[in-house]
Design a protein around this ligand. Sequence first.
Ligand code: BGC
Length: 761
Amino acid sequence: MKKAALLGILVLAVCFAACNSESGSATGASNSDSPYAAQVDSLLSIMTLEEKIGQMNQYNGFWNVTGPVPAGDEAANKKYEHLKKGWVGSMLNVRGVENVRAVQKIAVEESRLGIPLIIGFDVIHGYKTLSPIPLAESASWDLEAISNSAKVAAAESAASGINWTFAPMVDIGRDPRWGRVMEGAGEDPYLGSLIAAARVKGFQGDDLSDPFTIAACTKHFAGYGFAEGGKDYNTADFGTSTLYNMVLPPFKATVDADVKTFMNSFNVLNGIPATGDQFLQREVLKGKWNFQGFVVSDWGSIGEMIAHGYAEDGKHAAELAANAGSDMDMESYLYVEHLAELVRNGRVDETYITDAARRILTVKYELGLFEDPYRYCDEAREQETIGKAEHQEAVLDMAKKSIVLLKNDNNLLPLKKSGQRIAVIGQFANDKNSPLGSWRIAADDNTAVTLLEGLAAYPDNSITYAEGAAVTVGENSFVMEAAINEDDKSGFAEARRVARAADVVIMNLGEVGWQSGEGRSRVNIDLPGVQQELLEAVYEVNPNIVLVLQNGRPLALPWADENIPAIVEAWQLGTQSGNAIAQVLYGDYNPSGKMPMTTPRDKGQIPIYYNHKSTGRPVIPAPNLVFWSHYMDESNAPLYPFGHGLSYTTFQYEGLAVNANGDGTFKVSFTLTNTGAIKGKEVAQLYIQDVAASVTRPVRELKGFQMVELAPGASQEISFTLTDTELGFYDNDGEFVVEDGLYRVFIGGSSATEYSAEFTR
Ligand code: BGC
């Protein structure tokens, strides 16, 4: 620390004008608006080319950092040598104060300039205390709760030495086969943009140098969620209208929310690997959007441009990535290896190197790392912060809000609190691991509250448990696919026995925590293994079933929807999972979640999303006529539409009116009434359709929502103002346009609402 601070003072005086003259020369270059511009430029002026490139180099954690570097481990020794030379700007996957302090110490005390490292980690839905998976959180539509969940994650990870998370993932997810839909906010760019900004705000707070906040990283730029066939890492290919209107808005929203970093992506988009895409990174992100932070590559994605068939070799890949605006190389080892030579040979302009280093150093200043490189390394804070009661309460709150009541015939739910014989069936009800979901590297295994544990808080009912069938055989692992139980039904008889003797059966079925996430695409989006058969076998003896789903993606379960009276979408809810589900089942929390993704009836309908374009033949022109846009063997309708979610009460929408305000804006108003018997929250949704436009618009698009809590019988007048922001769209040149003509507005409790009005702009 002493060395770094001293250095800051020394260099202030040096060469300010000379360094500044480089800014602005390259496309999308950083500008000098930052309060740290003078310090950063002074520092840059005394850095060698190799040291600047060093800032652009990120290494994964590489040995037990508190011990000696193992003899004979060449890779680790090389990384250690590079650290000492000041050739490493960042490390990822080093965590815990003791470890972070150890690597930071090498960078700060042993390298020539003592520039501190920025320490990155995938803090995706909590650090040790886990929130629901991000897709589940998004089902809450509760921006404040989501932001608070990110704040808790920031506090715990920052206390553990981390100062940079690789989150939020803002990729639009339309394909439930893609395992990473669990990590995003679903299919809608409007909801996705608001959630993305809320997460950035939660991670970064108002002051990045506050030791309880961390830098966020918007990923994956861009198109990663459109992997063909839902197969992870696959090619993406879509037109400009989709790019500008569907894919880019959540990214832009985070730039507006002052996100500090971006990550590019593994995929090829329209023939160009995103990592080597100048248009995306230089023209759009750093140029048009004036993003001042830095872009990190995805893991090894610079090197992967060779396999993509875009770069001839590692050196060529480094050249393409640096020229395209990828500022930091995560684990390809190619910048550190080749960039200096590429600059000397004139293949990469040094202004790009200086610009990248400037961006990285600026974020380090903003984090307060130059003031104190050990700002995030406080053992006492680590002890006090991680897992504290307040965090448990926050993730419980978030978990309850994330649950979606999909179906509730005959008011089977909420459960009566006494005198009931309840059979609980399914592996997950007794599984402390799966509710933690995917992407939870720092959390300890088996730390979730199970459903059985949650239900135990209601002691006046009797509970009998039967596993029914194991979902996996053996351990969760990287080869999960092979470990699903496809045949063992030996527990069915016991499950049927306990079900027969019960008033109500709770079946907790779904996916193992590791069945979604990176590299976990599925061809089938049903209940894995023999669970569907188990459900049907139990149904035969007692149809009074509450199906509690636990999953990382929407599951297509048409049989369940047709036959099972109550279905609860409980995702993977994190540490407090069982408590949250129990409180919802018993009505201590009235469910308020709404689906952030369309649920198909059948995987063959994929891609299926509510904001699709109309075809020229959208409806059947005459009975039995075949020539319209449909399937012969399945309806066009989803199982559950985007925005769907029930409550234990009911809501009525009436009195819809649209009035011009006279200033080019329009007021949409209506009355919402709680028509049921208990207090409840409704997410009132507003969709618009631009009926005829110069580039065709979706059949409807979410453009507003409000969460309203009403006592039984109570009504509230609700209004939205539609401005050009809501009415406009991006044309095929990426320009935002607003057009005159007829608009339709729809309001209701899901995207399937038909309650509408029209107005003319
Ligand atoms: C993922 C990123 C992640 C990175 C670092 C990659 O495989 O695609 O989302 O942040 O690894 O763990």
